[in-house]
Design a protein around this ligand. Structure first.
Ligand code: CA
Length: 230
């Protein structure tokens, strides 16, 4: 089935150029010229992904992204921000607002299609992974339950989110800052030391089952979930 993309961009020539490229890339395209049009379009039928321009007449694209990511109904709808700005700080702000990716103008239609496909793939993976099992450690996303064999692993909510993130992103190293951003959410102010505290609790909870070995410290870099022994 064709994926539906909503383009939110006030400048008509740019919007039409993007729409043309996306239709050629195999997408079904809807267009909105401002935030109020975008809102009613989303309320009417939820698109599979939204492209939001940073500069919009009635509200900034950044603010629209924030509100969509705060709303329970639209939280998991992927968003890619479009912007003419290439400053690193803007990129950080864009991603902090909850955008799933960030594309700087000018971009080629082919690049945009590739980025959209990557974001859609990622979000499909995340929702498909209801039950993850690694060598007998089972995480059930629907019930928020973690089991080892026939026993329940007792975890606090933060440790659960941490483990869920690790199990869906295994074999990759994450810094404390990255973990804070991905597990705690970008807008929360928490000290990096907090990550260590929760890693310790997580290991302690997994220890009776000998699964604490999966939570590995990578010296000078951060942490990794891995079944391999270093
Ligand atoms: Ca614009």
């Amino acid at each position: 089935m064709q994926k539906q993309i909503l383009i939110v961009e006030d400048e008509r020539p740019i919007r039409e150029m993007i729409a043309f490229g996306l239709r050629r890339g195999g997408f079904e395209v809807r267009e909105a010229a401002d935030v109020s049009e975008a809102r009613s379009s989303i309320a009417n039928q939820r698109p599979d992904l939204v492209l939001i321009d940073w500069m919009l007449p009635d509200m900034s694209g950044l603010e629209l992204t924030r509100t969509l990511k705060r709303d329970e109904d639209t939280r998991d709808m992927p968003i890619i921000m479009l912007t003419a700005r290439s400053e690193e700080q803007d990129k950080v702000m864009g991603l902090d607002s909850g955008a799933d990716d960030y594309v700087t103008k000018p971009f080629s239609p082919r690049e945009l299609v590739a980025r959209i496909n990557a974001v859609l793939r990622r979000s499909a993976d995340a929702s498909a992974a209801d039950v993850i099992e690694v060598e007998g450690l089972v995480l059930d996303a629907a019930s928020h339950r973690v089991t080892a064999g026939d026993q329940t692993v007792q975890l606090g909510p933060t440790e659960y989110r941490l483990l869920a993130f690790f199990m869906t992103h295994a074999e990759r190293v994450y810094s404390r800052a990255q973990l804070l951003d991905r597990v705690w959410g970008g807008n929360v102010y928490v000290e990096e030391r907090t990550v260590d505290v929760h890693i310790r609790r997580l290991r302690k909870a997994l220890e009776p089952f000998n699964f604490d070995r999966f939570i590995q410290t990578v010296r000078g870099s951060g942490y990794r979930f891995s079944t391999r022994v270093e």
